[in-house]
Design a protein around this ligand. Structure first.
Ligand SMILES: NC(=O)c1ccc[n+]([C@@H]2O[C@H](COP(=O)([O-])OP(=O)(O)OC[C@H]3O[C@@H](n4cnc5c(N)ncnc54)[C@H](OP(=O)(O)O)[C@@H]3O)[C@@H](O)[C@H]2O)c1
Length: 350
């Protein structure tokens, strides 16, 4: 069936190409457990801007390149070994061209190959626009929170009683995409959560269940966090979703002053420098995204996400903001991302 279709793509012929080129090509065939997704919405991440505008992350020899990581759409065909999906299923999916796969696996096109385990069904009450906000924010958060090299928290499970772990996770940057997903998965695993955001985003923090909310713009935010959490539940770990040197240092400072797991997980990629001279006894770690075949990817994407979206315990946050419709609008959305966002995800419908 897919051979009869035409695939339109927004692609980058070489590093720093601007704007993206929109043209038509063949529709790929799913192999093994892969699925072919008719993309209905894509969301924009800071890395999409960094890849295209700064020419970072993706080496010159990997071009022509199809950028983008966040996708929602419907399944139009499945590989011969697929057992999870049927044609017509509505899904959210993480594009994997970023992770050394070929152009058929990039997000900014009408038909994309989805790879196990990074595809999950979405319930009818969740729109494609909403579901597109999840993939990279969620995957980045869960890798640091739940892997053995990260904070090694227990996995989320639908039905876990709220705050049943008796330990607190601190998320610095709770209104970011990665932070909002970290908060929700830590809550779903039964942890108490403290988070920082600017005052204007306290409503979002309440909506996703944050127990202790702090304004990171306060001059004394570190002291306020320590004073509030001292002599309460021990730390399960701290997650810095922002990766400014100042935020990593603040998190390390807090870890040094509270009891429990003094581990600050960051979203710095391997090869990026961690600050030196942080307090003794505090561990800092990088975040190497390696989801294909990862146990954590399967535990969240396969065993948890669809059910949690269905019962409403997982929300698609931060909220999508629709930039427009059609592949040609993706460039506008990437340009807007370069100006920065606050508690929202830029989305284009296809
Ligand atoms: N290593 C990896 O694999 C990987 C993967 C994905 C992302 N990342 C990185 O992770 C970071 C977050 O990505 P994202 O997509 O989640 O970003 P985002 O949604 O674009 O982040 C925007 C948010 O950051 C918050 N923020 C800015 N400065 C802050 C500070 N000093 N303290 C607390 N919050 C602050 C803002 O909060 P307010 O609006 O409330 O002020 C805003 O809501 C980026 O640096 C990204 O490059 C790394």
């Amino acid at each position: 069936m897919s051979r009869e279709l035409e695939n339109r793509t927004a692609w980058l012929p070489q590093q720093k190409a601007y704007p993206m080129t929109v043209s038509s090509g063949p529709v790929p065939e799913p192999k093994g457990t892969e699925v072919l997704v008719r993309v209905r919405a894509v969301a924009i991440n800071p890395c999409d801007w960094a890849v295209q505008i700064l020419g970072l992350v993706v080496k010159a020899e990997r071009y022509p390149y199809i950028n983008g990581v966040d996708v929602a759409g419907e399944i139009v065909s499945v590989g011969p070994e697929n057992t999870r999906f049927n044609i017509g299923d509505r899904v959210t999916a993480m594009a994997t061209m970023f992770f050394s796969k070929g152009p058929s696996y990039g997000a900014f096109q009408e038909y994309m190959l989805g790879v196990d385990p990074l595809v999950a069904k979405i319930p009818d009450h969740v729109s494609f626009k909403e579901a597109a906000v999840l993939p990279l924010g969620l995957s980045t958060a869960i890798h640091q929170l739940f892997t053995k090299d990260g904070l090694a928290l227990d996995y989320p499970r639908v039905g876990t009683p709220v705050n049943s772990k008796g330990k607190v996770v601190i998320v610095w940057g709770g209104s970011s995409s990665v932070g909002a997903n970290a908060i929700q998965t830590a809550k779903a695993a039964g942890y108490t959560v403290a988070a920082t955001a600017s005052k204007k985003n306290f409503g979002l923090m309440e909506e996703i269940g944050v127990d202790y909310i702090f304004d990171y713009n306060s001059d004394n935010v570190v002291e306020e966090i320590v004073a509030t959490l001292k002599n309460r539940e021990p730390l399960a770990g701290i997650f810095d979703a922002i990766i400014l040197e100042s935020t990593i240092r603040a998190c390390a400072d807090i870890a040094s002053k509270l009891e429990g797991n003094k581990h600050v997980g960051t979203v710095l990629a391997p090869g990026m420098p961690l600050p030196t001279g942080t307090p003794e006894g505090v561990k800092l770690s990088l975040n190497e995204l390696s989801f294909i075949e990862s146990e954590v990817g399967r535990a969240i994407w396969v065993d948890w996400l669809s059910d949690a979206l269905a019962d409403g315990s997982m929300k698609c946050k931060p909220n999508p903001e629709l930039v427009g419709r059609g592949l040609e609008k993706i460039q506008d959305a990437v340009d807007l991302m370069g100006k920065g966002v606050s508690a929202k995800k830029l989305v284009v419908e296809l």
